[in-house]
Write a protein of this length. Structure first.
Length: 182
């Protein structure tokens, strides 16, 4: 009889494993289905411009929408537009999804021209000489009605690039470079 009990336990354990694996498979398939459209929303704190952009549809980035994003996230001081890394938008999409918010990111800085970056570097000790902002691979944001410190924690948990938390200025820096935190 004990032999049957062991077999039964093994059977139940294996069935539990299979059910868990099937559940995980269905769950990831469901996540993929919801990602047929990826969108982000922005409010630029310096220009007041707003944009909700469905930048990814049916497995493809949308070039015309990316151009709108590039324009909104331009260097507002020089009005220079630069290509924003679509992977940065993916990080923001994932971040907003993970915190369960549909609210807009308030952007304080995105693309910076070399001229703007040098000017900021001379007037602040927190600006890197070779900033990812100059490559269109970094953005400084906060999320409306969401604690900025918590936003930084969630961004770090993604392990998708650099994350800096600037408590005094109330923003989170996110970039698509190597994983690092400050």
């Amino acid at each position: 009889m004990s032999h049957i009990m062991i077999d039964r336990r093994v059977f139940i354990g294996r069935m539990g494993f299979l059910c868990g694996a099937a559940s995980a498979m269905w769950s990831s398939r469901g996540l993929a289905d919801t990602a047929n459209v990826r969108s982000v929303s922005f409010v630029h704190t310096h220009t007041g411009e707003k944009l909700t952009a469905a930048y990814w549809k049916d497995g493809e980035y949308q070039p015309e929408v990316l151009q709108q994003v590039n324009h909104l996230l331009r260097d507002f001081r020089t009005n220079e537009v630069h290509v924003i890394d679509p992977a940065l938008l993916d990080v923001l999409f994932e971040l907003r999804t993970k915190v369960g918010s549909e609210r807009a990111f308030h952007v304080s800085s995105a693309y910076r021209s070399p001229k703007t970056n040098e000017m900021l570097r001379r007037s602040s000790n927190g600006v890197a000489e070779h900033s990812m902002h100059m490559l269109g691979k970094a953005i400084d944001v906060r999320l409306e009605s969401f604690p900025t410190a918590r936003l930084a924690e969630v961004a770090r948990s993604l392990r998708r690039g650099g994350v800096g938390y600037y408590q005094a200025s109330d923003f989170v820096h996110v970039d698509t470079g190597r994983v690092r935190y400050w």
